[in-house]
Design a protein. Structure first.
Length: 415
């Protein structure tokens, strides 16, 4: 099937919709704070639903509060082509992370309406609940339930810092839907997203063809030495837990560098006890995060970390407890869907490159139940999860155009 040259979205309308949505939860520094299942999240959902109904879509909401806006196909019994992302943000979030993937989907529907194009298959635009994992952990929990990674009770039972559960908060804001979560056939799933990293902008590429998503292992490590006076205790007699932590930070960093360019390895958090200027630290807690798109290499990095921690603590005379608290396997996106994204970028003459997603996305879980791929566009200086997160209108338009093409290709243009 060849899509005509006129197959384009209205980039200005998409941009204007993004800016309109960004008013909900707008922060002083120009970002957004729209935590999952708050009144602001409800407001953004209501606006999305209003826009979709105005574009002729029917709305269904499932028990996890996931919203599906559906544009019927000529053969409406066929499995839908789905696209979407999330409307929730980090506390200091931006105007594009997630919401771009949702509104790009809506723009595809609006453009198809304008162009008078009917598709064989129905098209659904999805809003996934609580992608960020900021108010309720874990992240991507509702697409996870949809994909069968978590069960429904687990999802609804997640609670925030005040002990309010997702189930209660969905009821409160009126988004505890009746539909079963998942368990239905999806013909293909596409998610459009800002890169949240610097690669595309640095290389002057407009489109990232996302082939893989990083596997991740998260750890908690507690090092235990002996607190003692910083003056009278000779250097040779110390069991300094913070010295061990410092060497482990270096070890983790080196593990990332040794597996460059796609590996990432981070110590993002450290708590020092008793954290007093004249006491040798007796205990340090660290959070470690390692990522790689190849599960075998990720396992090697795990081995390097474990052996290194054993050696470093042995040298200093520390006890330790190392626990892996989170593990997701790398994701390989569907070849045909990835090829569709590549062809879409080529059709518009956009500079594009293959890229690995360093972050988790709803598409990662969706890839377990549907052929899936992602479209990345650059963001300014690679900054995201930050109020200054920004993108150029032409990038936003380009990603929307590619999404329109891949959806029409997968849904089939009814001639
Ligand atoms: Zn996101």
């Amino acid at each position: 099937m060849t899509a005509g040259k006129n197959l384009q979205i209205d980039g200005k309308r998409l941009w204007d919709s993004l800016m309109e949505m960004a008013k909900i939860g707008a922060t002083e520094k120009g970002g957004c704070c729209r935590l999952a299942l708050t009144d602001l999240d409800k407001e953004s959902r209501d606006l999305f639903v209003r826009w979709c109904e105005a574009a002729g879509c029917s709305i269904k909401i499932d028990k996890m509060g996931n919203i599906f806006a559906r544009r019927p196909g000529r053969n409406d019994d066929l499995a839908p082509v789905m696209t979407g992302s999330h409307l929730d943000t980090q506390p200091t979030g931006g105007r594009f992370d997630g919401v771009y993937g949702v509104l790009a989907g809506l723009e595809v529907v609006r453009s198809l309406n304008d162009l008078g194009i009917e598709t064989e298959r129905p098209i659904e635009v999805a809003v996934w609940t609580n992608e960020e994992g900021s108010r309720f952990t874990p992240a991507m929990v509702a697409s996870g339930v949809f994909a069968g990674v978590f069960d429904l009770e687990y999802g609804l039972g997640r609670s925030d810092a005040d002990g309010k559960t997702m189930g209660e908060e969905l009821q409160r804001i009126g988004y505890a839907g009746a539909e079963a979560v998942g368990g239905r056939e999806i013909h293909a799933f596409f998610e459009t997203h800002i890169e949240q990293g610097p690669i595309l902008e640095e290389e002057n590429k407009t489109i990232g063809i996302v082939t893989d998503a990083q596997g991740q292992r998260w750890y908690e490590l507690t090092l235990t030495g002996v607190e003692s006076h910083a003056g009278p205790t000779p250097m040779a007699r110390r069991k300094d837990a913070l010295l061990g932590a410092a060497r482990i930070v270096e070890l983790v960093n080196r593990t990332g560098l040794d597996n460059a360019p796609v590996a990432c390895a981070t110590v993002g958090m450290m708590e020092v006890y008793p954290n007093s200027r004249n006491v040798i630290p007796g205990r340090v807690f660290l959070a470690i995060d390692i990522r790689h798109p190849d599960d075998g290499i990720l396992a090697q990095m795990d081995g390097t970390l474990r052996a290194g921690v054993e050696k470093i603590t042995g040298e200093i005379g520390l006890d330790y407890e190392l626990e892996q608290i989170f593990y997701v396997k790398p994701v390989k996106f569907d070849e045909a869907c990835v090829a569709a994204v590549r062809d879409g970028a080529k059709a518009f003459g956009y500079d594009a490159r293959a890229i690995v997603s360093g972050a988790g996305h709803d598409a990662c879980y969706m890839s377990k139940v549907a052929p899936t791929a992602m479209v990345f566009v650059p963001c300014i200086d690679g900054i995201s999860h930050n109020e200054v997160e920004d993108a150029k209108p032409e990038w936003i338009t380009a990603g929307g155009n590619v999404l329109l093409r891949v959806i029409v290709e997968k849904a089939g243009r009814a001639e």
